[in-house]
Design a binder for this molecule. Structure first.
Ligand code: IFM
Length: 453
């Protein structure tokens, strides 16, 4: 990599509460839908759970020291809603807020910007018991929670994000059932998507005037061929994955090809102006409306239905690219493509890549993790960012997923996305070669010097 990034470009890494914190019963935290889901036989590979995770709740100071060593300028984390409101509504738990105060004090002391995400999938179980995200009231409970977190933490946060990847929360949680709460109710998944969007809009209102954005996971999508049925299939998947959220947040409309029936006034709330759009990007889908069978690119590790509500017949094909340990095809130019698309097709908005990274089967050898595949992945995607900027995309930062190996949802601890290796038995942290490479990129503002690997 030869080029530099604009002044002030954020070089960060990201995590989320349930994937790293552990301490699920400490200091007044209530149960979330993930605490319940992981206890259900067969829902998570190996019966893994986040009870201890990587013990970040107790080791956050050590983890922030690692971030400082790597030279991160920003850190994106999420707040656990059930730590703040154990029952999902009403009483606030001051000890929960204290944890995030201490975490952010540590970050600020080391000049690392705190980027706080309010919701990364750990809905308080009490709210799921009252219907979960298909229930409209959940969006209003989220706004109350957002206001409480904002009141306590606003002086420390650099940028707020509302809901992380609403596609996953809605369609993996309520259509395929791969994620908590594990329901397979396609119609309710669409309701959940709408209420997650509404929750975003209400939260934006609740935390103004702070700097805030929504966070969507976008895919590059290619039709398998020129056949109109392939083109239609690509458009359907694009509608569900990308436009359902982009159109709603940025234009205040739902795509015509998706049967959404918002109440009057909802779309104005959902499209309240935001300061930045956070984009998570991992891969490209190649889809067909003609191919027989269904080789799903998003195959779940456990028994799950289709997340593609109304597009269950679309086939996901092998695009012929190398894959990560998740089986996800690597296509860095897809990142440039999705960033350029948002810049081209939507009203102007600063963008940040808020998650990007890869799982590989890392091994520790001689006290070192050599992960050239991850370095190549990160380098190619950072170059794609650079190309997007050259094309005029207002891109302001990049966050690697993830800072440390952690609990990868239905896959348990078997998939390692970290820049930092974690021994899940001893909790020992060991920066991988990719962490050192990323540190060098940050030091050189994007320029790559030969490494001693
Ligand atoms: O680990 C997840 C994260 O929680 C949300 N985005 C994708 C990551 C990799 O699957």
């Amino acid at each position: 990599m030869r080029t530099q990034f604009p002044a002030g470009f954020a070089f960060g890494a990201a995590t989320s509460a349930y994937q790293i914190e552990g301490a699920v019963d400490e200091d007044g935290r209530g149960p979330s839908i993930w605490d319940t889901f992981v206890r259900r036989p067969g829902r998570v590979v190996g019966g893994h759970h986040g009870d201890v995770a990587i013990d970040h709740y107790h080791r956050f100071a050590e983890d922030v020291a690692i971030m400082a060593e790597l030279g991160l300028t920003a850190y994106r984390f999420s707040v656990s809603w059930p730590r703040i409101q154990p029952d999902g509504s009403g009483g606030i738990n001051p000890k929960g807020l204290d944890f995030y105060k201490r975490l952010m004090d540590e970050l600020l002391a080391r000049d690392i910007q705190p980027w706080l995400t309010l919701y990364h999938w750990d809905l308080p179980q009490a709210l799921e018991d009252r219907g979960g995200w298909p229930e409209r009231d959940t969006a209003y409970r989220f706004a109350d929670y957002a206001a409480a977190v904002h009141e306590a933490l606003h002086d420390r946060v650099h940028t707020w994000a509302t809901v992380n990847e609403p596609w996953c929360a809605a369609f993996l949680g309520y259509a395929s059932g791969e994620h908590a709460p594990g329901r397979r109710e396609p119609g309710n998944a669409l309701m959940a998507a709408h209420h997650l969007n509404l929750a975003h809009g209400l939260a934006v209102q609740a935390i103004r005037p702070s700097r805030v954005g929504g966070c969507v996971n976008l895919y590059a999508i290619t039709p398998a061929g020129d056949d109109p049925r392939d083109v239609a299939a690509a458009s359907k998947i694009d509608g569900l994955q990308n436009r359902l959220f982009l159109d709603a947040l940025l234009t205040g409309r739902y795509p015509d090809d998706i049967p959404m029936r918002p109440r009057e006034g909802d779309m104005e709330l959902i499209s309240a102006p935001i300061d930045v759009l956070l984009v998570n990007y991992y891969s490209r889908y190649t889809v067909s409306g003609t191919a027989p069978g269904r080789a799903s690119a998003s195959a779940a590790p456990t028994d799950a239905g289709s997340p593609w509500v109304g597009a269950e017949d679309v086939a996901f094909l092998d695009g012929g690219r190398p894959v990560t340990a998740m089986g996800w095809e690597i296509d860095a130019d897809g990142l440039r493509e999705v960033l350029a698309r948002v810049a081209r097709d939507y009203p102007p908005i600063p963008l940040v890549v808020s998650e990007n990274g890869a799982a590989f089967d890392d091994v520790v050898e001689g006290g070192r993790v050599r992960d050239p595949d991850r370095i190549a992945y990160l380098e190619a995607h950072l170059e794609a960012c650079r190309r997007a900027i050259d094309e005029g995309v207002p891109l302001e930062g990049y966050f690697a997923w993830s800072l440390m190996d952690n609990f990868e949802w239905a896959w348990g601890y078997g998939k390692r996305f970290g820049l930092v290796h974690v021994d899940f038995q001893t909790q020992r942290r060991l920066p991988k070669d990719s962490a050192r490479w990323y540190a060098q990129i940050i030091r050189q503002n994007g320029r790559h010097e030969p490494t001693d690997s």
